[in-house]
Design a protein around this ligand. Structure first.
Ligand code: PNS
Length: 163
């Protein structure tokens, strides 16, 4: 029987506990999980793709492959021999954007199915954007991002004291 491979794509700028929770869930469902980090400088990321890949590898070890991709997600999915793309669904507000992407990807490549998974409830409001904002403003991120990510945020961003 062929191995069931899933691609879990995203910007991961930076990875947080909601992403890690989803990776764990993927691993229980698929034989192999490829974490795919989008290469898109237009998004003006805080961390380079190499930094993000290094951090994710440090956190997931040998449990998953971690690679960058550019261009169409469905082409990358084909390249790695995956049939499934996994995306996290947090709030209803995610749904419209995710539905558009899933249906466009299906139109581009009907072999690829999008699978939606819900993260643990504690992480339902968590996003990389909020992680960066809260950190920059000196807020507490305990329990929301792993220590290696906090360390990299400390190197990259200096929290600002309120005026
Ligand atoms: O974590 P993000 O930023 O919400 O992830 C978005 C991502 C990487 C899944 C999405 O931007 C993507 O798949 N980009 C690749 C370009 C592509 O295939 N576009 C057409 C599909 S709608």
């Amino acid at each position: 029987m062929s191995r069931r491979i899933a691609v879990y794509p995203g910007s991961f700028d930076p990875i947080h506990n909601g992403h890690l929770d989803l990776i764990e869930r993927c691993r229980t469902l698929f034989d192999e999980v490829v974490v795919a980090v989008l290469h898109n400088e237009a998004k003006k990321p805080l961390f380079t793709v190499d930094e993000r890949i290094e951090t994710i590898r440090e956190l997931v070890g040998d449990d998953c492959r971690v690679e960058s991709f550019s261009g169409l997600l469905v082409d990358f999915t084909d390249q790695v021999g995956a049939r499934a793309v996994v995306r996290g669904l947090r709030a209803v507000s995610d749904f419209e954007y995710e539905l558009q992407m899933a249906l466009m990807n299906r139109r581009l490549n009907s072999r690829v199915e999008t699978v939606f998974l819900m993260p643990r409830e504690d992480y339902i409001y968590l996003s990389s954007r909020l992680v960066k904002e809260v950190f920059a403003l000196g807020g507490d991120l305990t329990g929301l991002v792993p220590e290696p990510v906090l360390a990299r945020l400390r190197e990259r961003l200096r929290p600002t004291a309120p005026a």
